[in-house]
Design a protein around this ligand. Structure first.
Ligand code: AHM
Ligand code: MG
Length: 333
């Protein structure tokens, strides 16, 4: 029997009590927005959506047309349903309050509307990442402070990868579930349940061109992988780097591996490249829910107390034993 995302969510609400009707609506709306984004991504040059928008986001990065389109799709889909209090996005400096004309809900939605922007124009997998928090009960007027909750407080998280297939991956804190978009039916269908990542791996993902800028523990780990069966690890490793976190994490959830975007000397004042609240937190929760681990090298990512909405973090996630070894190298250095 095929199970649609809608049916899965209804069952989670009805039988398992994992989600409220409001959260169910929120997830349905996010999935619908991802479907629209997938449609636009598929059109590519035919939809005149490729290339730069010639504007900069809060991170000082040049925005692509699709970054802005995906952001608008998510905002427009989510603002009127009554399930949200506010949203935050990689592409917007400040939080977005639900306009006064619409009813307000209890949830806060954060997203990276189009992750892997450098891959848009070259027809390589990209994705949308999202994280859902509950608005603190004592908050009357939502402010940025309400968003500054550790990843362990998330009530739902996931991503949608736009690749050869469009796949939505979701956790509500009771395992990881994958849904593939059936384009004929126009709905996401459950294709993998309770995903588990192997504890050991022979595959790593890191941008090797930054090697000379890394810290000693990362350098040591990669050096040992590269020595293969002749080195201390006693096995040959394979390397994969897609440069879309969504696609790299999707591979790891599918067959294991370790992904790293560590601190490096290029911008020593930044803890890393990736953003904590709408990239690292949702991905870390998915990875942990699939039996993997996620750290900044020294601390579990989900335990980090965010100080600002767009703060960055160093990321090491994936197969548990590799993440433990990397943590050991960091703590020992
Ligand atoms: P983006 O949100 O601007 O797309 O940046 C995040 C991306 C990640 O998806 C990916 O892991 C990383 O940046 C790639 O970085 P690099 O350009 O160093 O390969
Ligand atoms: Mg991103």
């Amino acid at each position: 029997m095929t199970v649609s995302l809608s049916r899965f969510l209804v069952e989670q609400q009805r039988e398992k009590g994992h989600l409220t009707p409001e959260l169910r609506l929120l997830l349905e709306v996010v999935a619908r927005a991802c479907k629209s984004i997938s449609h636009v991504v598929n059109k590519g040059a035919l939809g005149e959506v490729l290339g730069s928008a010639e504007t900069e986001n809060v991170q000082g990065e040049v925005q692509k047309k699709l970054d802005i389109i995906a952001n608008d799709v998510l905002i427009e889909a989510n603002e009127w349903g009554g399930h949200l209090a506010a949203m935050a996005s990689e592409e917007m400096e400040s939080i977005y309050l639900v306009p006064h004309r619409y009813p307000k809900g209890e949830y806060l939605l954060l997203f990276d509307p189009l992750d892997g922007s450098s891959n848009i124009d070259v027809n390589v997998s990209i994705g949308t990442i999202f994280s859902v928090l509950k608005k603190p009960e004592d908050s009357l007027v939502v402010s940025e402070t309400d968003f500054l909750q550790p990843g362990s407080a998330q009530v739902a998280a996931g991503y949608c990868v736009y690749g050869p297939q469009t796949t939505l991956v979701l956790t509500l804190g009771e395992g990881v579930f994958m849904f593939t978009l059936d384009r004929e039916q126009g709905s996401f269908l459950l294709t993998r349940e309770h995903v588990q990542i192997p504890k050991d791996t022979k595959e790593f993902a890191i941008n090797m061109s930054n090697m000379r800028h890394w810290e000693a523990p990362v350098k040591r780990y990669i050096d040992e992988c590269l020595l293969g069966s002749e080195g201390p690890r006693g096995k040959d490793f394979n390397m994969r780097w897609i440069a879309s976190m969504v696609a790299d994490v999707h591979r790891i959830l599918t067959r294991g591996g370790v992904f790293m975007y560590p601190w490096d000397k290029r911008e020593p004042n930044k803890p890393g490249k990736l953003r904590l609240m709408y990239e690292a937190n949702p991905m870390s929760w998915l990875i942990e829910q699939a039996g993997g681990a996620s750290t900044n090298g020294r601390e579990r990512i989900l335990d980090i107390q965010p100080k600002t909405l767009h703060e960055r973090v160093s990321v090491v996630l994936g197969s548990k034993h590799e993440v433990e070894l990397l943590t050991q190298y960091h703590l020992g250095s």
